[in-house]
Write a protein that binds this ligand. Structure first.
Ligand SMILES: [Zn+2]
Length: 630
């Protein structure tokens, strides 16, 4: 019996996904990668004696497995591992060459489909054998690099065999010649690297100006993309032809996510319906109806069905003449706009708080996964890990999209990438971490996971937000023993605060301090108006005076009493004698004090933690509204 392991991977991943202006770019980047890996597995899974170990798909075809969960959610990782028990190494090598060619071909098909839509829209039907065609081939054909190895078992343990396979794949990656293509001319607005798609007979921007005019939903005036980024932007149409579920899909924008908790209050409201109708009548100056309808986050989908306009329209600034002109090409229609803006104000009055302009990106993955997997004693143990991760993905969907106001961009293996509304951030973080499965066997400590979060204004470029979230994930991963969380707050002004901490710290009496709960409690106290919003600033000022040059507290002994004094002073006069409030505050002091006094957290991290808590509490919701709506 010829036993072989097959390890396959597609790159680039991060760069390809992160290159995004719209949330839809992000989702489609992730979707294309997921689709390509499923395409690869599809060529192999039913071969005689072949078993796909990771990702776990059971006996199904990868597309059936995907469909049985959620075909709209990218959930295939960028690699797979398979075990073959019958085929010879020659047969497998041939098969894998075919798999590689199929994947490259599939990407070219997706790209060709997108470019066809583009050239048709701009009225040019012949582009074969032109410079545009040359450009297409240059940019698409070598975009994805595919690496794979077929590795025979040579005695030894499964662990050694798997380790050798991994090492061989790494060396193949290192050896493969990577040839850089020289890109000249005007560069793509999205990636900034590659030349924009055009035909050199014309002004390069001519097609793009026309395209933005005719398909404003896909392209903004002034925007021009390379072939790869254009493929991503228009890929919904290709996948829509394959899967009914994707046909009508539009991905919620960042402002749709940031306003989701506001929309939860108005989803069934008559005024909102009227508002949607008014916005839907708006036309741009070319007399085309502007495309304002988007899918809300999944949880709202259930309640509100068909009528929804992008969360952007709930912001005062969207009605400014400059923004109307810039984003929608509208410079007239005063009466409809005035009516819309009036209804918008009515909605805010009804709800009692302003819709938030801030949302969060969460990037989470398992700690030390390489090690966990390398300890699998045989392929069954390995498959078991894959199945546990599958179950986790199901749980993740439930948490982010069913229970709370979030939208997943990717969930597969041990990886999660999600956009979430600030009101549900704490709950989602806590449940994602608690739900992470233990993948180790008995002797080893339970598996842990770390996450990076970036809270950002919905107008901050999406690529920056994503990179920051990834950066915070890396910061969390550099904490000793990991199991940590890093959060950055990226304000519209460009100010950044960031903090890194463990999910849990040992507290008094052997109890753990759960940091997300500590944050959540503080948010609750501030939101309810029980603790003054100024508390954080006073705290920072008082304590900064007590730190030495290296930022460490000089007199940790006084932390508790000082913290207590400051919090009690910040308690609102009206509730000062309320025992319940007193209890809640004591509990928080009990939790916070050891973090600083025993130097569990660095002083700067602690201050930024408080700042971010304060920010979430204040963002959008006014005090009066809270007591009314909760
Ligand atoms: Zn590009």
């Amino acid at each position: 019996m010829a036993e072989n392991l097959i390890l396959f991977t597609i790159t680039p991943v991060q760069g390809f996904i992160t290159t995004a202006r719209k949330t839809e770019d992000l989702w489609l980047g992730s979707y294309i990668l997921s689709h390509l890996n499923a395409t690869a597995i599809n060529q192999l899974y039913d071969k005689d004696g072949v078993k796909i170990i990771y990702p776990s798909i059971g006996d199904n075809s990868p597309f059936d497995a995907w469909r049985s969960t959620d075909i709209t959610l990218p959930s295939f990782p960028n690699l797979f591992l398979a075990l073959s028990e019958k085929l010879s190494i020659e047969e497998l090598t041939q098969t894998m060459q075919y798999v590689e060619a199929t994947v490259q071909c599939e990407f070219e098909k997706i790209a060709r489909h997108a470019v066809e839509i583009f050239v048709k829209t701009v009225g040019n039907r012949t582009w074969n054998n032109t410079d545009a065609d040359q450009l297409f081939k240059r940019q698409i054909k070598n975009f994805f690099q595919i690496y794979w190895v077929v590795s025979s078992r040579s005695g030894g343990s499964y662990e050694d065999w798997y380790a050798q396979t991994g090492a061989r794949l790494a060396s193949v990656k290192n050896c493969r010649a990577f040839y850089q293509v020289r890109e000249s001319g005007r560069k793509c607005s999205l990636c900034g690297d590659r030349e924009i798609f055009h035909d050199s007979r014309d002004n390069p921007m001519k097609w793009w100006r026309l395209f933005a005019q005719r398909r404003a939903k896909y392209c903004r005036q002034g925007e021009a993309l390379c072939t790869v980024c254009l493929t991503k932007r228009l890929a919904t149409d290709y996948f829509g032809q394959k899967f009914e579920e994707i046909k009508q899909l539009s991905f919620p924008s960042t402002s749709e996510v940031s306003t989701a908790n506001f929309k939860l209050q108005i989803a069934k409201d008559k005024t909102y319906k009227e508002f949607v109708e008014v916005i839907n009548t708006l036309k741009n100056d070319n007399n085309n109806q502007i495309e304002v309808t988007v899918n809300p986050v999944p949880k709202l989908h259930e309640i509100q069905r068909n009528w929804n306009v992008d969360g952007d329209w709930l912001f005062e600034e969207s009605f400014s003449p400059q923004n109307l002109e810039r984003y929608y090409g509208i410079s007239e229609q005063e009466s409809a706009l005035n009516k819309g803006n009036k209804l918008r104000r009515e909605l805010i009055k009804k709800v009692g708080f302003e819709p938030s302009r801030y949302f969060a990106v969460i990037a989470l993955d398992g700690d030390g996964m390489g090690q966990t997997v390398s300890q699998a004693e045989n392929s069954e143990a390995h498959t078991k890990i894959s199945s546990k991760l599958n179950a986790y993905t199901t749980k993740v969907r439930q948490i982010v999209e069913k229970n709370y106001l979030g939208k997943l961009i990717y969930a597969g293996g041990d990886d999660v990438l999600a956009l979430v509304n600030l009101a549900d951030l704490c709950n989602i973080l806590r449940e994602l971490r608690c739900g992470f499965p233990n993948l180790n066997n008995g002797e080893n400590p339970a598996s842990t996971a770390s996450a990076g979060v970036c809270i950002a204004h919905c107008k901050v470029p999406l690529g920056d937000v994503l990179e920051r979230a990834r950066g915070m994930e890396r910061a969390a991963k550099s904490v000793d023993g990991k199991d940590a969380l890093g959060i950055a707050l990226l304000k519209h002004s460009g100010n950044v605060s960031q903090t890194v901490f463990k999910w849990k710290y040992p507290g008094v009496d052997g109890k753990n301090i759960d940091m997300v709960t500590v944050g959540e409690n503080l948010i609750g106290l501030i939101k309810a108006g029980e603790v003054s919003k100024k508390f954080m600033y006073t705290f920072r000022d008082v304590f900064t005076r007590l730190t030495d040059l290296s930022g460490d507290l000089e007199l940790p002994g006084i932390v508790e009493s000082e913290l207590e004094r400051l919090i009690r002073r910040a308690v609102n006069e009206k509730v000062r004698s309320d025992e319940k409030v007193q209890d809640r505050i004591s509990e928080n002091i009990e939790n916070l004090a050891p973090l600083l006094a025993e130097k569990r957290m660095k002083f700067d991290d602690f201050i930024c933690f408080l700042e971010i808590v304060n920010f979430i509490a204040r963002e959008g919701e006014s005090d009066a509204a809270i007591s009314e709506t909760e």
